[in-house]
Design a protein around this ligand. Sequence first.
Ligand SMILES: Cc1cc2nc3c(=O)[nH]c(=O)nc-3n(C[C@H](O)[C@H](O)[C@H](O)COP(=O)(O)O)c2cc1C
Length: 334
Amino acid sequence: MDIKKKISRKISVAPMMDCTDRHDRYFLRLMSTNVMLYSEMVATKSAIHGDRSKILSYSPEEKPLALQVGGSDKKELAEVAKIAENMGYDEININLGCPSKKVQKNMFGACLMKEPDLVSDCINEMVNSCKIPVTAKTRIGVDNIEDFEYLNNFIGKIRKAGCKTFILHARKAILKGLSPKQNLNIPKLNYQMVYEIKKHNPDLEIIINGGISKIDEIKNHLNKCDGVMIGRSIYQNPYSLAEIEKEIFGNSDNPSREDVTKKLLEYVEKEVKLGTKVNHIMRHTVGLYHGQIGSKEWKRYLSDNMMARDSDFQKTKHIMTIAQNNEKANKVNL
Ligand SMILES: Cc1cc2nc3c(=O)[nH]c(=O)nc-3n(C[C@H](O)[C@H](O)[C@H](O)COP(=O)(O)O)c2cc1C
């Protein structure tokens, strides 16, 4: 069944390697029907030559869903855009922001900010190969460049090639001297630069990203940009999506954590039968009780038991029971 949902990028969950796999996205979707979801970055060669049923498959419930791709070979990128469209993805996004050494070696990610002509050729080829939107996720600068004119020209070139949506991580990429992890916190965020880009390009869809977690912050950014992308804070506290649904989308009919765990249990049961390991799903749920009574117990129980052999599936059911008891305890203590 193809569940068609309209794309809105008002709020999206950031692509995160080793985090936003299909199981995590299914779990997140249980708490939010309105956010846009992104895959982890997939290299063009893996998407083209790898086992697509493993690398690119997803559940229809995850939609609307974007595939993020990493690469700089225009033919390969165009082929992946076509594959994404044929597989029912709603968007293809090119990664122009990752600073890791491995990614640089393969000429994709943030180092492409120094190659605007190459990027523009790639985007042009992608746009011509598919009908789904081609979007770009980039940084506000790279190495010694943190300059409005440079970013604005870079965006201008890509825009001419047919990209109308830009996700701007408001922190410049440092290609040498910092680890990718450090570069998620250093140097300082510069939201103003993103606001300026929106002001100068009112017809482009500009999504702001980096260090955003609170509802007030989200509302403030939405006054100046078209959308907000959030990464780590949603991964650490996934149930914050319920608050986002309520406060940003006016949806008060949100599932409780108990409802979420019940639905997840059905998914786990189905997936285990297909050979998925319990921990491959449950590892994403460690933060479900973030800030709640019993959250430590939930985390401890998961870390002690989620490696259970699949045949020992009753343990997973027990994890869910703990979750439900926690939810009741929280209700009593409200
Ligand atoms: C564990 C992890 C993996 C990431 N993987 C990707 C990725 O595959 N593609 C990408 O464009 N950005 C990736 N990022 C960057 C995020 O998409 C996002 O831009 C960054 O975390 C800033 O947003 P935040 O402060 O809301 O987390 C990753 C970040 C983290 C923490």
